[in-house]
Design a protein around this ligand. Structure first.
Ligand code: SF4
Length: 333
């Protein structure tokens, strides 16, 4: 059985056959030790197994979003008590980026609670990309849907990554979001890719989806013409006031299996352990790193949610002997 599955992985990872739910599910269902042994072997073949890339995420425009994502405290459809803010000023973004760099971040991600950027906002976004890049940081934006022209504009400014999560499977997507479609998401990802910006796209576990929905989300990502360079896997943080405020917890073993599967299906992508780390034990995070996760967000907030904070992360990385990935190392990968 294991040999057959390994052959499937090697064939699919070589780009010869598209992934199917069946082939991916066979891997997911392997005995846990076989699955993470295999994913760790793939991880080691493609990355320095003892380094973790550190990013920092800043909310540059909070709340009042017209979208209805069931998990989000920033949606105007949810009574989360959040006050909507205006777009942050360039100087404030730059001073936060400097602090992030001093904390060891190599990538600075800026998020705005928009359906899509308005033309009047584009010049400010361009200035932010240029200013953060000039600090020697990689830049990432998450601003909602982009037209081909907007993607070109941000690519010309030097934007390195664009984050746009598909969140879940195509089947389960309408249970979580009704204000835009799964195809809308894929369209923006295509515009970003065509403009030459690297793609960051993943999803969230714990929204009431089935295991097959989680696997199907990875199948969609792995079967893109070029898989995302960065694949964030979030564990839902139930936000008060959101539609998913009362969602139940995710089984840690199921979560680690998805990390391992992401590593096997997209061996050259960074797999980011994203939201939900405050609810994960150190041991669970260690197993995620072993299974193939190699990127985290640092700092004590993640948009509007809590994150472990630099002291806890420094202690964890040091106890595990994990080093932050430098910008130079990223270039070699
Ligand atoms: S996840 Fe993004 S697009 Fe969805 S409601 Fe929140 S801010 Fe808006």
């Amino acid at each position: 059985m294991l040999e057959t599955v390994v052959a499937v992985v090697e064939q699919s990872a070589g780009g010869q056959d598209p992934w199917t739910l069946g082939t991916a599910r066979d891997l997911y269902d392997l005995p846990f030790n076989d699955l993470i042994y295999r994913s760790h072997t793939f991880h080691r073949a493609n990355f320095d197994a003892n380094s973790v890339q550190l990013s920092k995420l800043l909310n540059i425009k909070t709340g009042g979003c017209p979208e209805d994502c069931g998990y989000c405290s920033q949606s105007a459809h949810h009574a989360s008590g959040l006050t909507a803010s205006k777009l942050m000023k360039l100087d404030d973004v730059v001073s936060e980026a400097l602090k992030a760099k001093e904390s060891g971040a190599t990538r600075y991600c800026m998020g705005a609670a928009w359906r899509s950027p308005k033309p009047r906002d584009e010049p400010a976004i361009v200035e932010m990309v240029k200013a953060v890049k000039s600090l020697g940081l990689e830049t990432c934006m998450t601003l909602g849907m982009l037209s081909p022209q907007q993607a070109e504009t941000f690519a010309d400014a030097g934007l390195d990554y664009y984050n746009h999560n598909i969140d879940t499977s195509e089947r389960f997507y309408p249970e979580v979001i009704t204000s835009r479609t799964f195809d809308d998401r894929l369209e923006t990802l295509a515009h970003v890719r065509e403009a030459g910006i690297k793609v960051c796209s993943g999803g969230i576990l714990g929204m009431g989806e089935s295991v097959d929905d989680r696997i199907d989300m990875l199948v969609t990502l792995a079967n893109l013409p070029v898989p995302p360079e960065s694949v964030p896997i979030n564990m839902l943080i139930p936000m008060p006031g959101s539609r998913l405020a009362n969602a139940g917890p995710v089984d840690p073993i199921e979560f680690i299996r998805i990390i391992a599967l992401a590593r096997l299906m997209m061996p050259a992508s960074s797999v980011r352990l994203t939201a939900g780390r405050t609810a994960m034990s150190d041991e669970m995070q260690a197993l995620c790193f072993f299974a193939g996760a190699n990127s985290i967000f640092i700092g004590d907030t993640l948009l509007t949610a809590a994150n472990p904070g630099n002291d806890r992360d420094s202690s964890l990385l040091s106890r595990l002997g994990l080093r932050p990935t430098s910008v130079e190392m990223q270039g070699e990968l």
